[in-house]
Structures are given as C-alpha cells and as structure tokens.
Design a protein around this ligand. Sequence first.
Ligand code: AVI
Length: 322
Amino acid sequence: MLVHAIPTNATYEFAADVRDGLTRRGQKELPSKYFYDDVGSALFEVISRLPEYGLTRADERLLRRHADEIVDRLAGPVAVAELGSGSGRKTRWLLEALGRRQRTFYYPVEISRSALAMCERELSDIDAISILGFEREYLDGLLEVAACRKPGQHLLVLFLGSTIGNFDRPAGVKFLTEIRRILESDDSLLLGTDLDKPRVQLLRAYDDELGVTAAFNLNLLARINRELDANFDLGQFAHAPKINREARSVEMHLRSKCRQTVNIPAAELKVELLEGETIWTESSHKYLAEEIFQIARDAGFRCEEQWIDQQWPFAENLLIAE
Ligand code: AVI
C-alpha cells in the first residue's frame, strides 16, 4: 500500500496539548486521540475482542449482514474514505460488496502508522480494491481524498466504531458539519453509533476483568514518559471509569493514588497532583437511535436508513449529504 506520511511536527503538538490539558484550572484532561500510538492501537485491537466490549462485534455484525443493502443505496460510482480505519477488519464486508460492483479506491485515513499497516495486511487480498493510505488527522486526510475525486465519482465516508462518541455532543455535530462541507450533495456518510445500555453493562465494557482497558488508559501516561521524557510512576495511578448519566457517556479517568509531582521536560511542565485527583482521558457518548436523525439534519445530512443490532444495541446510520 502506498502511504502519504504525516508531515507535521507531531511531538511539538503533543507537548502543547499535554501542557494545555494538565494546566487547566479545575479538572485536568488529556485528549483521547493520543491513546493511539503503536502500543495503544494494539491494546485497542485486544479490547475489541474482549467479551465485555461488544461494540466492535456489533458494528461488524451489522456491516456483514447489510453490506449489499448499503451498497445498493449508494449513488455510484463511489470511492471510499474511512476515518480511523483501525485494523480494517470490519470494513472487509463493505469493500467486498463494492468490489463485486465496480473497481473501487479505498482511502484509509489514520494517525497511527501501525494501524494503517494492519489495515493493508487485512484487506489487500480483496479483488477490485486499490488501497491508498493517508497518515493524517481525519479532516486533513478527507480533504486530500476529496481532491483525488474523479469527475462524476461520489464519495462514501466511513466513520465507524462509534468514534463519534469520543466527541462531546456539540463537537460531534460540528465535526459532522465539517465532513459535510468537504462533501458534495448525494455523497454519503456511514456513521456507527453505540446506543445507550444499562449502567452495569457499560461499566463492565470499560473496566474489563483482564485489565486491558486499564492498560490502554495508563498507556497514555507511558506514552508521555516515552515521547516527552516525563516521569509518571504508573503504579501511582488507577484506571477509574465512571458513568455520566446526564451526558449519557462513560468517562475514563486516571486517579492519582497519592500526592505527587510529575516532571514533563519536553512540555516544560511540573504537574502537582493531589491524592484522589483525576486526569480525565476520554468520554464515550451513547446515543438513542432516534436522536441520530436530528444530529444528521443539524449537520446538513438526512438519515436515509438505520440498521440496529439487537444483541448489543448499536446503530449503523446511512447519511446522505443534502
Ligand atoms: C474508539 N472508541 C470508540 C472506543 C470507545 O469505546 O469509546 C475507545 C475505547 N475506550 C475504551 N475502550 C474503548
């Protein structure tokens, strides 16, 4: 696979974001997009196979069952851009269905080089599909994909796995609106959204028995140690997920087990943490199936069709750019 490599001073941006999040007045925060270095991407792959975390399997089941129906609803010919492809495993069904109809370009957009490599290993055997990866932030990558569009060709954007849930609700609508601005009328967006569930089930999904999600969360501090020369003592932090009923989300935090000072030289920062104080690392918003229709409208799309998994409530939503 050809890959357009990342062009930015990524370490500098990482240091600036860490500094910004850890010097906030009140709740300290770190952006969840930094979970996905090579170690974090591999840990997420494991999470997606855990019995407690049904989200990825539900997404995959829906795509496997409905791939032909989804493809039938698309104005053709199409090129496919996937924002955050991960390993690419769940995309296979759609690409196979598209490949039966036409030769198709597939453009995975990922900030993780190792995830792009996994994606190519997973999908390169599918007939009639050409893969060109972009190691980019989502919207930068999508802009470049849109610039490769051939006359008369439509774009199908995939934003699967409920990654939208890692934005807060207004930021999610803003992100979809930005996608819409890059698209043309009748282009489409297949959006995966995890639906709300009982509290116990949600807590188990984000605090599995093996401790993989805890390792995924702690790896963010380990990454700051590796890349910004920091001295976080991982043994002095505990994985602390909690349910935010008002926001309808699961929050992941890292709780400091003692009063401590951490040095982060590359961010020119010394952070003081109190015993029990937390660093908020991620929110995973959960949706009601009916609210997706309004979210789509607010962002300039119409929700043409929705498929729901009964085993693990999850919705695949086909949005058409108006
Ligand atoms: C990628 N994203 C949708 C996952 C989620 O469920 O929010 C990331 C994750 N965090 C903890 N477990 C999985």
